[in-house]
Design a protein around this ligand. Structure first.
Ligand code: NAI
Length: 687
């Protein structure tokens, strides 16, 4: 065996050269890995070997580019240099795939003549998630294996496919035994040599694309069908353009177009925001004073208290991963109702198979007796939002649960420390704040009480990964992170109405910024009766609820709705708004769209700065993760903290001061924001 460099070995197995990469954790295409591959292929092809197998040690094949070091990404040898060697090979080259072949990893594999994989392998081009497109021939080679339709789906969704599907589609030539990749690859290549199997160079293949040449309808239809999904994003459109070029143009022309679009995408603010978010999501899982090796407790069974909106959704998360759940209610009817709602949710979910529903329902056991929680490793409370009620529940839990069980509350606003103090084991008490609907929304805020132990935190983080939630860690404070930061904007919409702005105009401005819906449409969806008006302070939303306008679920809200829940302007709602405005003596104001946007967003920025100052959030980027996953903040904008940094904190502060004079003290800049602006610094750290 010859060491090519620190991460690459070249060995000979009979007539076959085996090039092995070992660059933990994921064999990403760092400069060293590229050097190893380039040099390794050169030597293998210069040797007397009759074939070359490229394979990886560790848990995966090459899982993509190494995005952590942009400067290194631009150094030679490039991925393309390696691909040229592979394309020029005069003997079989086989990529042996396990784990994930993603991005640049799959693009390398696409330059091999053949691909073999273990059944658990997955293959994909996820660049679109980072606002990019594949930049090493992926948009040109993949359509030549899969045909344009499937290639479009795979590249614009960014979703990897499983090995079995890859085999069916011809992306993989053979599946080999799960624990015998190297042997399987060697035996495949020997068969190929013995049978004189012709070498397939994907750049030369035409059979899958030729039938679609001169037929732009396919691409037009795809563009139309995905327009709403990809609203405002630049990369998907360029992907379609490049795949179309793969069909219409010679390989090298398509490749040149891909390169041009790749660099344009890489320079775009969207991609910068998405790359920022990619790292933000990962760093949100790190808790500086809880070492990564802190042992998480095993959670094999879960209890949920309350079978209401949240309790039911929370229980579904665990049934979905095969963990049995005991659900406690006060009355049999409530329990029965809760379970039937869960069943309905399963039956209505896309692609639901009856046996799957039954399997999941069989994991859910209802009970009226907390003593039935005695064996649970974790209990999540989701009863009414009332401190006294919650304290009583936790007192009972303290008695019912075994030592070491984690006791969690799903409270949205209440003081977790007071809840924990109702037990004799505050170290085991934690907040697990799900968002509604809990079985759908990606965010989980893990709330850390003053006495919550590192083990309880580590267990919660581990569990969140199992149920595939995106997490942020919050300290105790009213509304924690997401609700707290979003609230001022949702409160300010009352002022918008008093200034005479129609709900549809405000909604349009925020929709066009990239939110899935504007604030009024969102309140209609959530229900206007969900939040009570603060004492002594009436809002138009509260008045609507009183008048029986509870939103989409009944009576309409700021809009009227037809049977399919399509909104249309509502004269009745407008009258409530107008009456309220006149009674309060508020005067109509001229407000520009720009001002609507700035006022909405800067209120969040300001609240975020307060949350940071108070130590409720550990990092500005955690706030962005919370708002993107909990409140639909467009990821292409990076979240409120990142967005403010891009605008410039001095500009944000100047605007807030202007708004403070014009519209009131709710716009007073947070001290932290003013300080950072004066120092020329950023919220997200880098100055
Ligand atoms: P809900 O009113 O739909 O459900 C509460 C359920 O708990 C009811 O079925 C009630 O019968 C049951 N319950 C009350 N006391 C109980 C007890 N002592 N033992 C057993 N069951 C009891 O309320 P929802 O919306 O599910 O909220 C529950 C909790 O989740 C609250 O703390 C709320 O703040 C929090 N939350 C709510 C969100 C939402 O959007 N609805 C979002 C995130 C958190």
């Amino acid at each position: 065996m010859t060491a090519i460099n620190a991460v690459t070995d070249l060995s000979q197995d009979g007539e076959v050269a085996v090039l092995t990469l070992n660059s933990p954790p994921v064999n990403a295409l760092s400069l060293t890995v590229r050097e190893g591959l380039f040099e390794g292929f050169k030597q293998a092809l210069a040797s007397s070997a009759k074939a070359v197998v490229v394979i990886c040690d560790g848990r995966t094949f090459i899982a993509g580019a190494d995005v952590s070091n942009l400067a290194d990404m631009l150094k030679d040898p490039s991925i393309e240099d390696i691909q040229k060697l592979m394309d020029g090979a005069d003997r079989p080259v086989v990529a042996a795939i396990h784990g994930t072949a993603l991005g640049g990893g799959l693009e390398i594999a696409l330059c091999a003549h053949f691909r073999v994989a273990v059944p658990s392998a997955r293959l994909g081009l996820p660049e679109v998630n980072l606002g990019l497109l594949p930049g090493a021939g992926g948009t040109q080679r993949l359509p030549r294996v899969l045909g344009p339709q499937k290639a479009l789906e795979m590249i614009t969704s960014g979703k990897p496919i499983r090995a079995a599907e890859a085999l069916e589609l011809g992306l993989v030539d053979e599946l080999v035994a799960e624990d015998g990749l190297r042997a399987g690859a060697l035996s495949f290549v020997r068969k190929a040599l013995a049978g004189g199997r012709p070498l397939v160079r994907l750049r030369d293949r035409d059979d899958k694309v030729a039938p679609f040449r001169g037929k732009p309808e396919l691409f037009e239809t795809f563009r139309q069908a995905t327009a709403k999904n990809f609203r405002g994003q630049v990369a998907p459109d360029w992907i379609v353009e490049c795949v179309e070029a793969a069909v219409e143009k010679p390989f090298d022309e398509g490749l040149a177009l891909e390169k041009q679009r790749f660099f344009q995408a890489a320079m775009s603010p969207q991609s910068a925001a998405r790359r920022y978010y990619f790292f933000a999501e990962r760093s949100a899982q790190k808790i500086p004073d809880v070492p990564a090796e802190t042992a998480a407790r095993e959670v094999k069974s879960v209890g949920v208290i309350g079978a209401g909106t949240m309790g039911g959704g929370i229980a579904m998360n665990f049934a979905n991963i095969g963990v049995p759940v005991t659900i406690i209610e006060m009355k049999p009817e409530a329990l029965e109702h809760g379970l039937s709602v869960i069943r309905g949710n399963y039956e209505r979910s896309r692609g639901a198979r009856p046996e799957e529903t039954e399997k999941r329902m069989s994991l859910l056991k209802g009970s009226l007796d907390m003593a039935d929680l005695k064996d649970c490793d974790l209990v999540i409370e989701a009863v009414f939002e009332n401190l006294e009620v919650k304290k009583q529940v936790f007192q009972k839990l303290d008695q019912a649960c075994k030592p070491g069980a984690i006791l969690a509350s799903n409270t949205s606003y209440l003081n977790l420390n007071e809840i924990a103090a109702a037990t004799g084991r505050p170290q085991d008490v934690i907040g697990l704040h799900f968002f509604s609907p809990a079985q759908v929304m990606p965010l989980l805020e893990i709330v850390r009480g003053d006495k919550t132990s590192p083990e309880a935190l580590a267990t919660a983080v581990d569990l969140a990964k199992r149920i595939r939630k995106t997490i942020v860690i919050s300290r105790v404070g009213p509304g924690f992170i997401a609700n707290r930061v979003a609230m001022p904007r949702l409160t300010e919409i009352n002022s918008f109405l008093l200034e005479g702005l129609p709900p549809a105009r405000v909604d349009k401005v925020l929709y066009e910024f990239g939110f899935p819906m504007g604030p009024f449409a969102m309140l209609d969806l959530v229900g206007l009766d969900v939040i009570a008006d603060p004492p002594g302070h009436q809002t138009i939303r509260g008045r609507m609820a009183e008048a029986g306008r509870r939103g989409q679920k009944g009576g309409g809200g700021f809009y009227d709705y037809d049977e399919s829940r399509n909104p249309r302007p509502s004269p009745a709602a407008d009258k409530i708004i107008e009456d309220f405005r006149i009674a309060s003596g508020a005067a109509i104001k001229e407000v520009t769209d720009e001002e609507i946007l700035e006022r909405s967003l800067y209120l969040e920025v300001n609240e975020g700065a307060k949350v940071l100052e108070e130590g409720i959030a550990m990092r500005a980027s955690d706030i962005d993760v919370a708002l993107i996953n909990g409140y639909g903040w467009p990821v292409d904008r990076g979240g409120p903290m990142y967005y403010a940094d891009q605008i410039g904190l001095d500009k944000v502060v100047a605007k807030l001061k202007e708004f403070e004079l014009k519209y009131g003290p709710q716009y007073k800049p947070a001290p932290r924001l003013e300080r950072l602006a004066a120092e020329g610094k950023k919220l997200t750290g880098k100055s």
